[in-house]
Design a protein around this ligand. Structure first.
Ligand code: GRF
Length: 210
């Protein structure tokens, strides 16, 4: 039997997080029901094919109409959650409102530090001791929705942007499926504007240890 909890994953590129999400479906008891991409030839789409998951692609320059249609498609797939996994476009407010508190994103920094691009470079430039990734709810401000869970890695003296990003990506691959699992198990809950984890207010994001 397939798990009931249905996840739609959005990607734009490589899709290594998508692969991790697909590989962990059984472990965390969710099911990827659809993969969406704004790039017809996104590399990551091959993972969806391999796992027999339907694919929906659309051209971002026609996004207005397409996103309305996509909303219907997502509703047809009875999505409980939308996971942005390296999706490089900013979703419009009406789309976010249509799936309120149901869209999460993975961002490669210890938010609220470094929203936006070039996070690895910024962490190195600022000589931070730690870098990390955050899974957060999506609202209308870039990388600013409520953070759920973070992983941390130590920055080593000889780290480069490349070494840092590739080490962090390995941690992201554990973090993102784990977070989807928390939500699928109903452990994360909104009470009004407050987020709760295991019945306790989540003042700070949970730290994920592998
Ligand atoms: C990851 O670093 C993720 O944090 C960011 O975009 C990258 C996506 O990588 N949002 P991939 O496409 O999952 O390999």
């Amino acid at each position: 039997m397939h798990p009931q909890f249905s996840v739609v994953v959005f990607i734009s590129g490589t899709g290594s997080n998508l692969l991790a999400i697909l590989e962990n479906q059984k472990k965390y008891n969710y099911r990827v029901s659809l993969v969406v991409s704004d790039k017809k030839h996104a590399k990551g789409l091959k993972h969806a094919e391999k796992f027999d998951v339907p694919i929906y692609t659309f051209a971002w320059d026609k996004a207005d109409k397409q996103l309305q249609h996509l909303q219907q498609v997502i509703k047809k797939h009875k999505a409980d959650l939308i996971a942005l996994a390296g999706f490089m476009k900013i979703l419009p407010a009406d789309f976010i409102a249509a799936f309120q508190n149901k869209i999460i994103n993975i961002h490669p920094s210890l938010l609220p530090k470094y929203p936006g691009l070039n996070t690895h470079k910024k962490a190195l430039q600022n000589q931070d001791e730690f870098h990390g990734a955050t899974v957060h709810f999506v609202n209308n401000k870039l990388d600013a929705g409520k953070a759920i869970v973070q992983c941390q890695i130590k920055i080593e003296p000889n780290d480069t942007e490349l070494s840092l990003s590739s080490r962090l990506l390995t941690s992201e691959h554990k973090l993102f499926p784990y977070c989807i699992g928390l939500i699928a198990q109903n452990r994360v809950e909104w009470r009004g504007l407050e987020l709760y984890l295991d019945q306790q207010p989540l003042a700070e994001p949970l730290t994920f240890y592998e």
